[in-house]
Design a protein around this ligand. Structure first.
Ligand code: PMP
Length: 397
């Protein structure tokens, strides 16, 4: 009998190597319970949360919590069906209309997760006759959507308009559709994409452009519409994909567009059709979080201040951070044992961040990925920075 797990041998070796040098399994850290948006109970200790993507702190929004409780009481806790069968409630349509109008666009499709939004949008838009041009640092959900689509995949250098244009020029006579995909803020590094330059290129080369604003929705732009709003190039984005699981603090994803062809996407996007729709209490909480986000633009101002404070603090502590100041601040370390030791020491000293390891990171280097929130106080940020500094001295990082 062939060992069905033999294919995992390399992964097992890497996993065992990692757990051997780590006093605790980094994949089994449990937030026993959040005590607030910024503090959670981990290993019985009150721990500062600097790795949650909860940028606006809205996972703890009173409005959202109350909306969820009230809706669960009146409608139950699940839809038990697909969007194209029994799984569309009035609430799903309300959220789609609300999001389309928030972006000033005609159409919105809501998916059960952000991952599925990418899978379902990409696989429905392109097929084997088409070409996808993906930023090399794209999220796994974009690569998986590409695979599911069967389209030819061409990667261009991360955030590099010149490289993108060179590759598009070579496709001048290609008969299929060309779809460029970039993110707004990159999830691992916090880098911001030059979407305005990509718009210019896609227009000249007759391509479509999709932007995944998962980490920038609610975060950048005067109204929180993301990097495209901030850079003044929204009209050039054909498809905006995003998630509710970060700035809105719930779960779910969406695709927004002015292209009327999406009506049939509801009937051919498998990750949309062949899964249960979001439960009503999640939709109600998401609508309420959106109310909060729109009513409190000061959250975005505070978030930017906090991002600048964390970025400057870590830089001043001598750590290697990225150049872009955004709510994702990644500290790059030299090797995995150093990163694992550093991450454990942070946790033992009351600071939780994400340990991000290759191959999920660019350039095969480990990262301590921090995300800051509007809800963090200046004292919490300074405390986290001080812990980073002390640990860095210990590890000579
Ligand atoms: N796109 C990007 C850029 C992401 O970072 C993520 C989540 N890390 C997703 C999509 C998927 O979103 P979700 O977790 O809501 O499924």
């Amino acid at each position: 009998m062939i060992d069905i797990f033999a294919k995992h041998a390399a992964l097992r070796t890497a996993y065992e190597g990692l757990t051997a040098v780590s006093p605790r399994n980094p994949f089994e850290v449990v937030i026993e319970r959040p005590l607030s948006a910024t503090v959670g109970l981990i290993e019985g200790r009150e721990t500062l949360l600097f790795g949650t993507n909860n940028y606006l702190g809205l996972s703890q929004s009173t409005r959202a919590v109350e909306a969820a409780v009230e809706t669960a009481r009146t409608m139950g806790v699940g839809t038990t069906g697909s969007r194209i069968a029994n799984g569309t409630f009035g609430l799903h349509q309300r959220l789609e209309k609300r999001l389309a109008s928030f972006f000033g666009r005609k159409h919105c499709m809501v998916f059960s997760t952000g991952y599925q939004a990418n899978l379902g949008t990409i696989s429905a838009l392109v097929n084997k006759d088409d070409v996808l041009l993906l930023d090399a640092d794209s999220h796994a959900s974009i690569y998986d959507g590409a695979k599911l689509s069967g389209a030819q995949v061409i990667r261009f250098r991360h955030n590099d308009p010149v490289d993108l244009e060179k590759r598009l020029a070579r496709l001048k006579d290609h008969p299929g559709a060309k779809l460029i995909i970039a993110e707004g803020i990159y999830s691992m590094t916090g880098n911001v994409a030059p979407l305005d330059k990509f718009v210019d290129i896609k227009t000249r080369h007759g391509a479509y452009l999709m932007a995944d604003e998962a980490h920038s929705f609610g975060v950048l732009g005067e109204n929180g519409r993301g990097v495209a709003e901030m850079q003044g190039c929204e009209d050039g984005i054909d498809f905006i994909v995003g998630t509710f699981s970060k700035s809105l603090g719930t779960v779910g994803g969406y695709c927004i567009t002015d292209h009327d062809g999406v009506d049939l996407m509801r009937l051919c996007s498998r990750p949309y059709m062949f899964t249960a729709s979001l439960p009503p209490e999640i939709i109600a909480a998401t609508l309420a979080a959106l109310d909060d986000m729109e009513a409190r633009p000061e959250l975005r101002v505070k978030l930017q201040e906090n991002a600048a404070r964390l970025h400057a603090g870590l830089k001043a502590a001598g750590l290697q951070t990225g150049e872009h100041v955004s709510p994702v601040v990644a500290v790059t370390l030299e090797n995995i044992p150093q990163a694992v030791g550093f991450w454990n020491a942070l946790l033992e000293n009351g600071v939780y961040v994400n340990l991000s390891l290759p191959p999920a990171t660019p350039d095969n280097r480990p990262l301590l990925r921090c995300s800051v929130m509007a809800a963090h106080s200046a004292e919490e940020i300074d405390k986290a920075t001080a812990v980073f500094k002390a640990v860095a001295e210990h590890f000579h990082a």
